[in-house]
Design a protein around this ligand. Sequence first.
Ligand code: SAH
Ligand code: SF4
Ligand code: F3S
Length: 449
Amino acid sequence: MGPAMTHTPPKTFHVRSFGCQMNVYDGERMAELLTTQGMEAAPEGIDADLVVLNTCHIREKAVDRVYSEIGRLKREDGTRPMVAVAGCVAQAEGAEISRRAKTVDIVVGPQAYHRLPGLIDEAVAGREAVDTDMPAASKFEALPGRARRTGPSAFLTVQEGCDKFCTYCVVPYTRGAEVSRPWSAILDEARALVDAGAVELTLIGQNVNAWTGEDEAGRMQGLDGLAYALDKLPGLARIRYTTSHPNDMTQALMEAHRDLPKLMPFLHLPVQSGSDRILKAMNRSHSRDSYLRIIDRVRAARPDIALSGDFIVGFPGETEAEFEETLGIVHETRYAQCFSFKYSSRPGTPAADMDGQIAPEVMDERLKRLQAAINEHQLAFNQATVGKRTTILLERKGRHPGQLIGKTPWLQSVHVEAAHARIGDLIEVDILSAGPNSLAGAVTAQQAA
Ligand code: SAH
Ligand code: SF4
Ligand code: F3S
């Protein structure tokens, strides 16, 4: 490494996160770390002394965005901030990044970011600052405590990494093997987040329902056990978790949805494809049918649960008939919402070398049809809540004065006029109307009075 530019020790920083919710969480932790080092957050990246780009490697487009973002970090006077590339692109490409983009000063992987302060010192001294280790000791132990203020809805990483090795996916390489954080560390952080203002916690993990650990009595617990413990936490009103893998969906977790009032009726359970042949080629280790049976059991435990999924169209070799099986699973499951992607060939993954790579026009056309099917069910799900009374958690301001936006238990956004309510309040609303992406509600008469 060794760009021509030298840097003085940065006093201000800006963290920008791309990709999944875990990156959002990691970005918050990096910001907290830099703050405890005496640095101050700057609202605009370009004005900051240090810009941390917390990157995503999942699809080619995500990586392209990072490089275009790096290129844009130039000031009018010819200077530029110190640039740190963190996250999954850092892990996947390492020192290669600074060869491709000379303006990158620091490269730090997702398991090494607790060492960011030392890397900043190296960069100031003009030395190579690359750290993509996956140290045995967890970064969490080295990180400072959580910030004193947080929004009403906070993320909490409980599990990281993936051992599933789906043939298209980079995550097992960028995040490493599955690791569960200890029970007590999670409960301590949950308490700290609630003290800091969180009303809702979303437990996150690449395979969050694979979480296991010993409770304070030394008993082995799963994610359901964590949910039971969190359900008793005063001040916490809502518990969510994401992302789950079908193979780790236990009966006990389904029953927790039946028994725990704070566990929200929402399950994100990606299936990727409706074709058994494609699922096998993807190494998903579940079939179309075993997935649908899980959905049946979840719905039996909690009939009003909202389901969400991830889909990939155009996996190598996918035929029109196989794609139609994916459409079929969307119609059969009637998801409340979904994420859908065109297959993106990722260097180093087995699928990248498979025969039958699909033409971009075919992928575009399939994605359009898939999204039409998804949207149809999303709208139907939203419309089915019209006329219902429900509780929403107010999370942000709306566009008009007095308007606030909150979330239903089923993760739908509701716009409401609530002049006397504040962000972080749980309020009761009547749902008046529904569109594909949000609902309109009114505060119930007794609350408005
Ligand atoms: N651990 C989670 C999240 C994985 S990444 C899970 O298993 O669901 C989020 C989504 O990105 C995946 O569910 C998949 O739908 C999509 N994805 C992953 N790799 C991809 C690739 N190479 N091309 C297109 N989409 C991909
Ligand atoms: Fe990627 Fe599959 Fe692991 Fe999800 S389960 S992170 S898609 S390898
Ligand atoms: Fe992207 Fe890494 Fe998350 S590749 S989706 S940021 S785990």
